[in-house]
Design a protein around this ligand. Sequence first.
Ligand code: ADP
Ligand code: MG
Length: 592
Amino acid sequence: MALTTDFAGVDRGTETAETKTDYSRYRIVPARHPGRAAGTIFAALVIAVVLYSTFTNPRWGWGVFAEWFFAEPVLVGLGRTLLLTALAAVSGSILGTALALARVSKSPLLASLSWGYIWLLRSIPMIVLLLVLNNLGYLYETISIGVPFTDKVLFDYPTTQLLTPFAAAFLGLTLNQSAFFAEIVRGGILSVDQGQLEAAASLGLSRRRQAFRIVLPQAMRSILPTGFNEIIGLAKSTSMVYVLALPELFYTVQVIYRRNLEVIPLLMVATVWYLVIMTVLSIAQHYIERYFSRGAVRNPTPLPFQSYFQRLRRAPTVTSARAGGVTLGSQKNAADWRAKGGAVRIHGISKSFGTLKVLDDIELNLPAGSVTAVIGPSGSGKSTLLRAINHLERVDRGFISVDGELVGYTRKGDVLYELKEKDILKRRTDIGMVFQNFNLFPHLTVLENIIEAPIQVRGLSRDEAIAYAQELLARVGLSDKIDAYPRQLSGGQQQRVAIARALALRPKVLLFDEPTSALDPELVGEVLDVIKELARTGTTLVIVTHEIGFAREVADTVIFMESGHVVEAGSPTQVFNDARHPRTRAFLAKVL
Ligand code: ADP
Ligand code: MG
């Protein structure tokens, strides 16, 4: 009764009464869950029955089990099982990764070879493969390595001596494992967003670095659960090598029970050891998965001791940089930021996708240090134009040059040689690109995102790269986010990091593809402010944007594109206030 009156009082809005109510006199009665309680009782009963029957039924033979569990032959067999599993897991994963990379490679023959291998090895039953390898001596009496099509022999050995049962088992498990693992890795690679590759390429990272630093670490998140499943399967399928009379754990146990006829206790010895192996592997999996989930979740729980180690490692670099940074930085900044812009000449370029002509004979001249805003309806070819300038897209006709150097070609006299991927990547570092969806590398911290390309491509030392990254972050107002992962940042902050990342290579030209369209309205301003600052520094900027007010303020030239044509180009005042072309006027009427 007392309760009712009290609450009634609160309901009536007597605020003073509410704040003064003393809740401590109430007693809390937990909610009852009769279903849950019944479930608990049932589970306890099941566990009790299982334990009772396993420990009271003498036929389980726990005495014999204890006698053999740590017996020497069993431990030797266990050692072999572990060794085989470890070796086959490592070599199978390496071979599998190579096969997966071959399958996604651009060489059709290499991709088909890899496909054929996977098709064959996945089709052959494991046991058949093991027996064939064990009988390889019958097919080929000797194994020799020599110079093809000559009589020179470097190495010649009888097959049976070379292919011991252990070697055959190792080979069989590896071959089998690699075929399955290759598909798991390929699945992982496919799961990584295409934008990640483009961002890596636009920073000029080598193909190798793109694969091993950007794609595979992110692919690991989807590779690991199934990959470990495979390794656990592998640990169990080592038991199949008993067909080669190789005394691993299972074969050893069989030998023993044939002698003493204690079948069940000895099978239990093997089972419990397999359980131990799987438990260890599962724990390892848990920690490895946590490691590779860096940046994938907003609030990662640190591994035990991880935060402690991180603090130890970071502390010296941060303090030393701060100590010298402030006074030194400001003078150096001024010089660095007035980077020389590059002059971009676009000469008659055309590009088609199938029958669709996306760029049609475009002719543009962007002087060094100019700021150009590109506007136009969706699908008019704005992104394609930027991607062509950065050579992410090959044009069908025409040329683009930056400071007189042709993008994608090198000139010797009157002959143009198409550049190899490696050289294209090197040239590309003069042209930075900022994407609509930021395309930051989510598994790397803000600092790591920025210093990756300067170290790898420009050959800066780590300390130099970090110092410059700190300056850049101060410039975009994100000094405090240096150790954050991209997913822990707002969209506007991510885009500012992406700008800092592009600037870290000190590009001559910076391309922005709708840098603010993925942002909430209140975040647009902070990104535009950073670009406005940049516009004053002398870097040549090309900005695809729908922010007309911004374009009017920063651009010295505005280009209106439609259906692959530059319809109109001129000063902002001329294009926005007094467009010559009716199409431009119609478009502006819609967006202004
Ligand atoms: P915008 O950036 O101006 O919106 P885009 O340059 O992205 O336009 O695209 C121009 C046209 O080219 C669109 O019609 C688009 O569908 C087409 N397009 C772009 N990329 C491809 C591609 N890889 N394959 C086929 N069509 C494409
Ligand atoms: Mg676009």
